[in-house]
Design a protein around this ligand. Structure first.
Ligand code: PLP
Length: 425
């Protein structure tokens, strides 16, 4: 039998420059923390397949819930209908988040788009002119246009720069183990934020506790609480993009709760369905919802997706929440399990700025001209692959973000692969 070509003739892969990339691996099966390739190799999925595979691949209870739902009600238009699975999910997420209203969409970017539309239109529906939006340096909120505009201008968004609306930006005082400069940088960031908030502001958006795509850039909870105080004092809305951080990724169920902040809007996706189905949700306070519910047609939130509240996604999400609630030690305990390994790695001469939060461990490679295109990350990826570990460094930033089911031996194998790979860089 002839092997399939390295690059499929009809597929176009995301964020992949074919001329500079290794051909994609061909996955045929997943189980727990492992992915199996068509050549029989088994790899540890150390980044949860772009941060979505929360409990593990092919988690049996989620698979069963999806199968049962598929045989019961697979899809229904959500403009004229509701269904019990969506109701149950909305009730549970409202109780867990403290935000009463849930709007469904399809992924993390759309969950952010919806949050942005709600925030923007809420002011407009009241006839109040608040048009400034504030985000943070380094932010990443997705690849659709609104989400791109909110994100930091980058290699990803550069071709579309003229199409992106203006967003004001405050510094993001990321920190790490042994950082002696954080307080001064936090103070500077807050001063800048206060200056920006002197203009009428619709909303401030942030990734609570960790900016993911910009390099697992972690901030202290106290900084977020101070941001919230400023936002409240200015009367603006606070949007928390928990697309990455939600569902135990930072240790507690939601990073906002962990940090002690209460946003007006929250975007969730990735781990929402345990990584089984694409789904996003935007949670909003009842006060915001009330701003859209009068007799005036133009006050409607005219946003909807064909697959809004897809029952299969809702069923997967409920089963995923069951698992989180049944095994809280899995998300609460992963930080301590990382810590021993990261401490051992932290003193390595090629490791800079080690940092850890919940299931996310990260460090920078000590390289010249760091950045997303730095080749050290790709090289490290290849070296780790040879040892059975799939990583996807963000340029010079190496991180582990494994499924919660990862066992001690597998975690040790990940760190072993990284340790030996950085020796060979
Ligand atoms: C914080 C954050 N927001 C939004 C997104 C966009 O999510 P999606 O890729 O599902 O559109 C991401 C994706 O990585 C993210 O990390």
């Amino acid at each position: 039998m002839t092997p399939p070509p390295a690059w499929h003739p009809h597929l176009w892969h995301p964020t992949t420059q074919v001329a500079r990339s290794e051909p994609p691996l061909r996955a045929v099966r997943g189980e727990g923390a492992l992915l199996e390739l068509d050549d029989g190799r088994r790899l540890i999925d150390a980044i949860s397949s772009w941060w979505v595979t929360l409990h593990g691949h092919a988690e049996p209870s989620i698979a069963a819930a999806v199968a049962l739902q598929a045989r019961t009600l697979e899809q229904v238009i959500f403009a004229n209908f509701r269904h019990p699975t969506a109701e149950a999910l909305a009730e549970r997420l409202s109780a867990l988040s403290g935000l009463e209203r849930l709007f469904f969409s399809d992924n993390g970017s759309t969950a952010v788009e919806v949050a942005l539309k709600i925030a923007w239109q809420w002011w407009q529906n009241q006839g109040i002119a608040r048009t400034q939006l504030i985000a943070f340096d380094g932010a990443y909120h997705g690849d659709t246009f609104g989400a791109m505009a909110l994100g930091a201008r980058s290699l990803f968004s550069a071709p579309f720069a003229p199409l992106l609306f203006d967003v004001a930006r405050a510094p993001w005082p990321a920190t790490w183990w042994g950082d002696a400069t954080v307080e001064a940088r936090e103070a500077a960031a807050l001063t800048r934020l206060e200056q920006l908030l002197s203009q009428p502001t619709a909303a401030v958006i942030l990734e609570p506790l960790v900016q993911g795509a910009s390099g697992m850039a972690m901030v202290r909870p106290v900084f977020l609480r101070q941001v919230e105080q400023r936002v409240r004092a200015a009367g603006a809305l606070l949007i928390a993009d928990e697309v990455l951080t939600g569902f135990g990724r930072c240790g507690e169920l939601f990073a906002c709760r962990q940090a002690g902040i209460r946003p007006d809007l929250m975007a969730l996706s990735k781990g929402l369905t345990g990584g089984f189905l694409p789904m996003g949700v935007t949670l909003a306070s009842e006060t915001l919802y009330a701003g859209f519910t009068d007799e005036e047609p133009s006050h409607t939130l005219f946003h909807g997706h064909s697959f809004t509240a897809n029952p299969l996604g809702c069923a997967a999400a409920l089963a995923s929440l069951d698992l989180l609630e049944a095994h809280p030690q899995r998300h609460r305990g992963l930080e301590a399990r990382h810590r021993v390994h990261l401490e051992a790695l932290a003193g390595h001469r090629k490791v800079r700025h080690p940092r850890l939060l919940g299931s996310i461990a990260a460090f920078d490679l000590a390289v010249e001209n760091p950045g997303y295109l730095h080749p050290a990350g790709r090289r490290l990826q290849q070296l780790a692959l040879a040892q059975g570990v799939f990583l996807r460094p963000l340029g010079h930033v190496v991180y582990l973000l494994p499924p919660l089911c990862i066992d001690d031996d597998q975690l040790a194998q990940c760190y072993g692969a990284i340790t030996s790979a950085i020796e060979h860089l």
